[in-house]
Every structure is written in C-alpha cells, then in structure tokens.
Design a protein around this ligand. Structure first.
Ligand code: PLP
Length: 457
C-alpha cells in the first residue's frame, strides 16, 4: 500500500484515539468501526482470518467491543457468554475490578521499568510465586507470553543438565516460536519450518513406559535427554486428561535418570482445572513450571518459568544470559499479583472444581443423548471439551452456539473438539443457559446431518 502523508496519518490515528475514548457510539460510528476492522484485517492483518470467521460464525463481521465478568459484547451490543475464555486467559473473569485497580494504580506511578535499577514488583511477584508453587520451586523469570516461558524452560534445562535432548508428547501444544514449536506436535504448524531444534522426540501422551525407553536408548547412544516436557492435561490437543498414574510415573522416571520434568501449565495453571496448578491433582512437582495466559489476571500479558534454587544456579553467574526487555514489567507484575490474590481470596480453583463437575455432567448427558454427532465430553475443573465425530460437525455446533450468544472454539491441534473453558467466575445459571442453548443446537445439527432417529430429542 502507498505510504501516506504525515498529516493524514496523524488525522487517522486521532480519529481512532477519539473512538477509544468514547463511552457511547452512534450508529454511524459503529458502522465505521466494523468497516474499518474488516478492511484492516483484509488488507493489513490477514484476510485468512475473515475466511476462518465465516466458517465458525453466522456473522463473520462481528467485532468485539467490551467485556466484563463472564460475558463480552460486540460493537452492536450483542452479548455473548464466553465459554472460550480467551483460550484460558480469563480465569479471574473479564476485567476483574481488583486486577484493573492494581494496573491503574501502578500506571499512575510507573508503567515500564528502567531496565537497570531493582524493580520492586518483580521481586515481590517472584516471592509470592515461591510461596504459591508446590515443592521447592523458588526462582522465577517473567516473560510476555506462554511460548516465551517454554523457550526459557528449554534453555534452562540444557543449561543445567548440559544435555541436548528433549521428549515431548504427540498432540502437545507448547507455542509457535522455534523452540516451543519443536515441542508442539501438529505437522501442519511444524512442517513449513523444518528443520526445528535438533534432539526432540515425540511419544504418545499417557504412556510413561515409552518415555523411559527413549531416555535409556538415548543414554545408550550418548545423546542424553535434558528434559521431558508435558502439559498435565493437553489443552490444544483436545482436552486430553491422562491416566491418574501417568504424571507420577513420569516424575519417578525423570528423577531416576537425572532428566528434568518441565510442566507446561500455561493453560492448566492458575486454578483452571480445580487446583491452583494441575500438577497438584497428581502430587507431582516439576523441576520447571511454565505459566502464561491467566497469570496476568485477564488484563495484562505475562508468563513465567519457575524452578528450584539448585537448577537456577547456572543462571546466577550471568543474570543477562537470558533476558527480555518487557518481561516482568511493573504493570504486568501488578496484574499477576492481583490475579494471585483474587484466585485465592475468591476460591476460584475450588469454584472451578465444583462448577466444572456440574458443567461436565451436563455436557456428558448431552453427548450421550446426541451420540450421532458427539463422541464424548471430558475434562477437569472448567477445562472441558466435547469431541465430535468430525471437524465439520464441531464447526456447525460452534456456529449454532455463536448465533445464540455462546462463544466456543475448536482446539488448535484437534479441531474435532470444541472447548468449554469459561471464566472461573461464571455463574451456575450461566452454565445452565449454555447447556440449554447447546441442547437446542445439538438437536438441530444432528437433525440436519442425520435426519430423525437416535440422538434427536
Ligand atoms: C499449553 C500451552 N503452552 C504454551 C502456549 C503458548 O502460549 P502463547 O500463545 O501465549 O505463546 C499455549 C497457548 O495456547 C498453551 O496452551
């Protein structure tokens, strides 16, 4: 596109700033926002998103505008119950007042850090995390995203062990920067970027024996494994819950072979599965714990990798060995401190366990009733998924839910599974509404696909 005159760019950006500042929009302004958004996506972001939105929604031009609690609104005022939860960002709900206050209070004083002096909130958040995380996890490095938390964890594992190899699981999702993408398993995301980081082995999720076999085989050939990296429950893989004895067995194998266990709790952490960290369901303490998404309270982007004093030793002689400019900045830390406070004070993990059991029960009943299109409902806490017989069936259900004011989405590695991952602040009556709408949609999708018969109420 042609470069524009400075005066035009100033005028254009001022119009946008005026719009951001507005509390109420006129019908013309709403129309302008929708048109500019669609045009910007088409010409300057990626028109592929418009095609994708057409496949999962009845109105692909729906533009989100504001949010609070467990709902958000599009620019035309249509309200959605958020059952996607920003792929696991909104554990505290949308714009939780306490998180907002912490960020705004901090903004009044200082937004970003000098990069040179000691910044207090980074120290205080790290101390809180040491208190909160299981076992002897103690030192934290703060990042800006989940993928960066994984990059840091992989680097730390190599640094500490002096080894190069990693074991990850099929259906894993750890992010899309080069290191984390190597751990991610879906061919469509990986193939265009091959060769990735050498030394990675992918094994079926849920099978601990194969992990030990690979560790031993690599010991034999002198290419020892530095770490095993797993999500305690695979989120993007389709909400896959492993057998209860899986993580304890992997923990024991890793300890016996001097291999580090990295748990990626970017999605399962911060109360999502009914415990503050999912590994606590299994009594397992990782050597490195990775956080992201909900860690910033649904208001600021921040992630972390956390490890023990012993493993951190190699980071100490040169603290600049691994750095990032914005990681651990004051406003992000303020949000994360508030998120920890809110999750504990409002008992959101316990709430996730209780409401999750209720929601899963309802989803299972519907999945059994509409078994012509549903395979099963599964999950832990409020990290739930419904698997359909095909991607197409899942898309049709997502579309029907969207039309009726419920947002869900497929998982990235397994498009057949729709996730139900609402804010942990969602009310029981909102869940009942979602179940009622889902029943209606399943009924019409199964009728349209299979005709009358079993699975049609
Ligand atoms: C388990 C897990 N790890 C890592 C990531 C990557 O996080 P981000 O998208 O913030 O880079 C995700 C994102 O979905 C995730 O679910």
């Amino acid at each position: 596109m042609a470069q524009r005159a400075v005066s035009e760019i100033i005028a254009k950006s001022q119009r946008i700033l005026d719009m951001i500042a507005k509390e109420e929009l006129t019908p013309e302004e709403k129309k302008w926002i929708v048109e500019e958004t669609v045009r910007g996506f088409r010409d300057c972001v990626n028109p592929g998103f418009l095609e994708y939105r057409k496949s999962v929604s009845t109105d692909y031009t729906a533009v989100e505008w504001k949010d609070s609690g467990a709902t958000f609104e599009d620019v035309n005022g249509k309200v959605f119950i958020d059952c996607l939860g920003g792929y696991g960002i909104y554990n505290c709900g949308h714009r939780h007042p306490k998180v907002m206050k912490a960020v705004m209070d901090q903004l009044k004083r200082q937004a970003l850090h000098s990069q040179e002096l000691l910044d207090p909130l980074r120290a205080m958040l790290a101390d809180l995390l040491a208190d909160l995380t299981p076992g002897d996890l103690q030192y934290s490095f703060f990042t800006n995203s989940g993928t960066e938390s994984i990059e840091g964890a992989l680097k730390l594992a190599r640094l500490h062990t002096g080894r190069k190899g990693f074991i990850a699981a099929t259906r894993a999702f750890h992010g899309k920067s080069l290191g984390s993408l190597t751990g991610t398993s879906k061919a469509v995301f990986r193939r265009p970027y091959l060769p990735l980081i050498p030394g990675f082995h992918h094994v079926p999720f849920g099978d601990a024996d194969i992990i030990e076999k690979i560790i031993k085989a690599n010991e034999f050939i002198g290419e020892e494994i530095a770490a095993v990296i797993l999500e305690p429950i695979q989120g993007e893989g389709g909400v896959i819950v492993p057998p209860d004895d899986y993580l304890p067995a992997v923990r024991e194998i890793c300890s016996r072979h001097g291999v580090l266990l990295i748990l990626d709790e970017v999605q399962t952490g911060m109360g999502r599965t009914g415990k503050m960290f999912c590994c606590e369901h299994y009594g397992v303490v990782p050597d490195i714990l990775c956080l992201g998404k909900a860690f910033g309270g649904g208001v600021m982007p921040i992630g972390a990798f956390v490890s023990t004093a012993h493993i951190w030793q190699e980071m100490i002689p040169n603290p600049f060995l691994h750095t990032t400019t914005f990681g651990g900045n004051p406003i992000a830390c303020a949000a994360a401190i508030a998120a920890i406070n809110v999750i504990l004070e409002e008992r959101l993990a316990e709430r996730s366990a209780e409401l999750g059991a209720f929601f899963l029960d309802g989803l299972r009943t519907l999945a059994a009733r509409y078994d012509s299109i549903c395979v099963e409902a599964r999950g832990k806490g409020l990290m739930l998924g419904v698997e359909f017989i095909s991607d197409e069936a899942g898309y049709e259900v997502a579309k029907g839910l969207f039309e009726n004011g419920v947002l869900v989405a497929g998982t990235l590695v397994n498009a057949k599974t729709l996730r139900f991952e609402p804010p942990l602040t969602i009310s029981k009556s909102q869940i009942e509404t979602v179940l009622d709408i889902l029943e209606k949609v399943l009924n019409s999708v199964s009728k349209a696909r299979c005709g009358a018969g079993r699975g049609v109420a």
